[in-house]
Design a binder for this molecule. Structure first.
Ligand SMILES: [Cu+2]
Length: 399
């Protein structure tokens, strides 16, 4: 008759395991990763190495960036409200650095503003930060030591603190996307941190379309998207086919009574914005910054406006023999520039093809792919519209 107590113990163990496993739904960092940790005496211990990294913005274009643990943005930190966290930060950069935990409530000496709260971390040195998480929300981390250069070179990452009491309704999928602006002169590979406005590459997690992974979700899932912005401009991020609600900022949760439906969320500099939708309509839905220059790649500046001007095929070559690197806008718009010759290590302004041909976008653009009946989040390919439901050509409008 010892079966019953044994069964009870088994049930308790299973419940505890389930509770631990379901403590939070891990976030997804498209084209990125999550920072592992180890438990040491009840403290979650993480390691960050500030270092130079090579980042492929899209196939064929490599940028000499700076980041953490081999990537820009750095890996996403995840923890739970109430956790004690410890970070060993090692500096392998050619210059000094520090880490500021942006939006996190902590003791003054942990805030990471070099010169104000601590010494700069010199090349080769390791510093330790330790604090208890007293809030939940989507926050960030970045240097506060020569930050103009270090952030322009790509040093930033997410710091997601999950609530201690799981939310209802539960979120099935949560994407975190860092918005970035860069100036990389075509033909070169190192970002120019001196540029203040004239950026030429705009990134989701330091990737540009068509190098951005699609965001894949199952039909019916409650999906959350968090955008972080440590660039120099605001980015109005727009979804097609849905409305979403803004549910959080890096100040915390937006009260239900203050939420409103939107299709675009403006993400100001130095902020995060979290929006949520229920993915109940299948399809391939564009998700992009609505500043049209930000869905372009390099060379969107300082080119003559030739719309409406006839350009015989040889004209550009002739001008280029006088002015190396000369490029003009196409005579009917930019759509006809897709095929022109490019310097090495850069990308066409508008690129990426879909099931119907050229999508004519670059930069901060990707596709939200909502599918019924998928069993994995691997790219399911392009959506097939049910017959008779797509826009199509007709001979003429009816009289
Ligand atoms: Cu933008």
């Amino acid at each position: 008759m010892k079966l019953l107590p044994r069964l009870l113990v088994l049930i308790l163990v299973l419940c505890a395991k389930t509770a631990f496993a379901q403590q939070y739904v891990p976030v997804v960092t498209p084209n990125g990763s999550t920072l592992p940790y180890v438990m040491k005496d009840g403290v979650k211990e993480f390691r960050l190495t500030a270092e130079q990294v090579k980042r492929e913005f899209a196939p064929g274009m490599i940028v000499n960036a700076w980041g953490y643990n081999g990537s820009s943005p750095g890996p996403t930190i995840e923890a739970v409200e109430g956790d004690r966290v410890r970070f060993y930060v090692t500096n392998k950069l050619p210059e000094r650095t520090s880490v500021h935990w942006h939006g996190i409530l902590l003791p003054n000496g942990q805030d990471g503003v070099a010169g104000l709260n601590q010494d700069h971390i010199k090349p080769g040195e390791t510093y330790v930060y330790e604090f208890t998480l007293r809030q939940h929300g989507v926050h960030m981390y970045h240097p506060h030591s020569d930050e103009m250069v270090q952030m322009a070179m790509g040093m930033m990452g997410f710091f997601v603190v999950h609530p201690k009491v799981p939310e209802v309704p539960k979120v099935d999928r949560h994407f975190v996307v860092m918005l970035g602006e860069w100036f990389v002169e075509p033909g070169t590979a190192t970002p120019n941190p001196m540029v203040m406005n004239d950026f030429n590459l705009f990134t989701f997690n330091s990737r540009v379309w068509p190098g951005t992974d699609p965001w894949v979700v199952k039909k019916g899932e409650r999906v959350r998207f968090s955008f972080g912005n440590l660039s120099m401009d605001s980015h109005p991020i727009h979804v097609h086919g849905y409305t979403f609600e803004e549910v959080g900022t890096d100040g915390g949760v937006v009260p239900k009574s203050a939420r409103r439906p939107e299709t675009t969320v403006n993400v100001p500099v130095g902020s995060t914005r979290t929006v949520e939708l229920v993915a109940n309509v299948e399809g391939d839905w564009a998700f992009h910054c609505h500043k049209s220059h930000h869905t372009m790649n390099a060379m969107s500046h300082d080119i003559p406006n030739m719309i409406g001007v006839a350009q015989p095929p040889a004209l550009e070559d002739k001008v280029r023999s006088l002015l190396p690197g000369y490029m003009a806008m196409g005579e009917k718009g930019m759509g006809d520039m897709m095929e022109m010759g490019l310097p090495k290590n850069t990308l066409p302004m508008m690129t990426g093809t879909g099931p119907f041909g050229a999508i004519e976008m670059g930069g901060m653009f990707t596709v939200l792919k909502v599918r019924a009946g998928i069993t994995s989040y691997a790219d399911p390919g392009w959506y097939q519209n049910p017959p008779g439901t797509g826009a199509h050509k007709v001979d003429a409008p009816p009289p």
